[in-house]
Design a protein around this ligand. Sequence first.
Ligand code: 0L1
Ligand code: MG
Length: 236
Amino acid sequence: MSDLAERLDAAARDGVAIPQIVSAAGLDAADAYTVQEALVARRLARGERLVGIKLGLTSRAKMAQVGVDEVIWGRLTDAMAIADGATVDTSGYIHPRIEPEVAFLLDASGNATAVAPALEIIDSRYADFKFSLADVIADNSSAAAFAIGDWKPLPGGLDNLGVLLEVDGRVVQIGSTAAILGDPRRAVSWGVRLAGKVDPGWVLLAGAATAAVPLAPGVHVRAVVEGLGTVAVRTA
Ligand code: 0L1
Ligand code: MG
């Protein structure tokens, strides 16, 4: 499986799409998580640090967009973090997309201590952004980068907050936090259970409230989550 991890790693580093090598090798979802672990281990060996986990495909809109209908997870490293308002160079990505999310800050027991609006950039390493369940899991659930807005104490309810995704001031997606597993707080227990172990201070990206949109260079993207605030990135 390390050869598959190496090919996925090379695809991400070179910004060149590859065929669906994991399903072609006959691997299932459990095997694919082993490939994912080996893939992220390569990043850690280069000096990156684990800073959290992401859930993927937690909404019907996302499942429908990619044709895979299972909640999946991936690993986040410090090299994927973008400061709120910073500029990200998209030239190294293959076909990046961006989506509005909700992020949680975790304590040592895997409980959420704070919440924030978030943007996730995803970039499948597979040609045409097409993959099976095993392929996308091995590809670290398409993780590429993420930005988090200001943390806030957990409010009483998070289950039906309006979510907007804007590109250059124009609303391109409208959703609700209800789209994320019915209530994004459910993502915390799902994520901790799926990942098995979390560290205090880790971030958990709960999943997107809308479908993802293609991310072009030279734009300003902002997510607005009702009651939680905003988070933005620029692209170059
Ligand atoms: O964060 C996500 O929901 C992405 C999961 C993988 C599917 C995709 O690349 O859209
Ligand atoms: Mg996502």
